[in-house]
Design a protein around this ligand. Structure first.
Ligand SMILES: [Fe+2]
Ligand SMILES: [Fe+2]
Length: 215
């Protein structure tokens, strides 16, 4: 299949919308946790960053979705944005349910919606590379109760769909560019990947425990 062909778009948008799973974050019932489980959950230093990232991703994807001219891509990207909004709502529900205090997310739109979409897509690739492994570890090791972990299984599935969609949307969009613009798009793409990698490294360093040195 040729990237940028009508068949590529049909398969990509069809796969994305056909694999949508309908669930409402507000109807999810978070299980009661044993005191030790609750303590472990609360001690994870990820909640503020996770809620912030999901809320920002939702805003950026939804904003871009409204600007897309092609009806098939518009529908798929709007769905992607809707799912990101559900992730943010699900995390907000979890933090509220277990009394994890975090500031309310205040996402900012990007002046260039395409740039925003490119960035969040690469951010998701980067996060998922580690996130999927950590999720499997949490599930298989019994570190958290199965009931709690299973609530996030659909989120993992959705993030995988988003990455497949993003990678293919990039390939499609690049091949659609007039020859002279392709270099500029490839540069924007590489820059977005670089910016997201840098921002994730910065976040990781910020959340790393500071080592005390004795003299
Ligand atoms: Fe998400
Ligand atoms: Fe996502």
């Amino acid at each position: 299949m040729k990237p940028g062909s009508p068949e590529h778009k049909r398969l990509l948008c069809g796969f994305f919308t056909d694999s949508f799973v309908d669930f409402k974050p507000e109807s999810i019932r978070f299980p009661d946790l044993a005191p030790s489980d609750l303590e472990r959950l609360k001690a994870l230093p990820v909640w503020e960053e996770a809620v912030k990232t999901e809320a920002s991703t939702a805003l950026l994807v939804q904003t871009f979705g409204r600007k897309v001219r092609d009806a098939d891509f518009r529908e798929a990207i709007a769905m992607n944005g809707f799912e990101e909004g559900r992730h943010a709502a699900l995390l907000a529900g979890l933090t509220k349910r277990y009394g994890i205090e975090i500031p309310e997310a205040d996402p900012k739109p990007d002046d260039d919606p395409e740039w925003g979409f490119l960035r969040v897509g690469y951010g998701e690739c980067f996060d998922s590379f580690f996130g999927f492994g950590l999720f499997a570890l949490a599930r298989d090791s019994g570190f958290f109760s199965r009931d709690l972990v299973s609530i996030f299984e659909p989120v993992m599935q959705e993030e995988a769909r988003h990455i497949i969609f993003h990678a293919n949307w990039v390939a499609y969009t690049r091949s659609e560019q007039p020859l002279l613009n392709r270099g500029a798009f490839a540069f924007k793409q590489a820059l977005a990947a670089g910016v997201q990698t840098y921002s994730r490294i910065k976040t990781a360093l910020r959340s790393a425990p500071t080592r005390r040195t004795s003299r």
